[in-house]
Design a binder for this molecule. Sequence first.
Ligand code: SF4
Ligand code: SF4
Length: 180
Amino acid sequence: MPTEFAALARNWRARLAGKHYVFRWTEGRLDNGYCAECRHCCGPQPEGDAPYPMPLLPSQLRPDLADDFYLLSPSVACLDQRGCKALTPTGCRLARSQRPPSCNLFPLILHEGALYFYQACPAVLFATLDDLLRIGESAARDLPRLYTPDELRAISAPLATETLVHKCISLDVRVAGLDV
Ligand code: SF4
Ligand code: SF4
């Protein structure tokens, strides 16, 4: 699987262009019909990358978490060179309520109170900038109602500036109450 944006974009264009899947914001999560065919972001991560943390909320903790996730700690799932345990050939097998909150947002990313989109996701590639902005504005409105500020800080993505600059689209939209 290619990792550079242009190569990914060509791949999605060849595989998915012309298909019209759902891509919409619904009560704190993105419904994304491209995921079942794509599965890119849930799969094995590049060799050498550190495990990507996906914190769970206290209400999501259960004794059998290790059946569904590789764990960095009892409350932090992760994605690494093995991919995610919950990934199947048709996408994520977990109910939305069981997934890490960051998974329910992705390809929308919350980082230090601001919202970004992961640009190489096919749903992002085939959306208009206006679609993306509308989703971001809806998320900025809904997230403070659905999560406490501490929860939002906990589920924020720990992305390096270089990743944000090279792999993400900044919406210039901030979530209220998370000023840094
Ligand atoms: S890259 Fe986008 S479409 Fe593909 S699995 Fe991730 S969120 Fe879904
Ligand atoms: S929990 Fe589901 S959505 Fe999240 S990384 Fe794993 S397979 Fe993907």
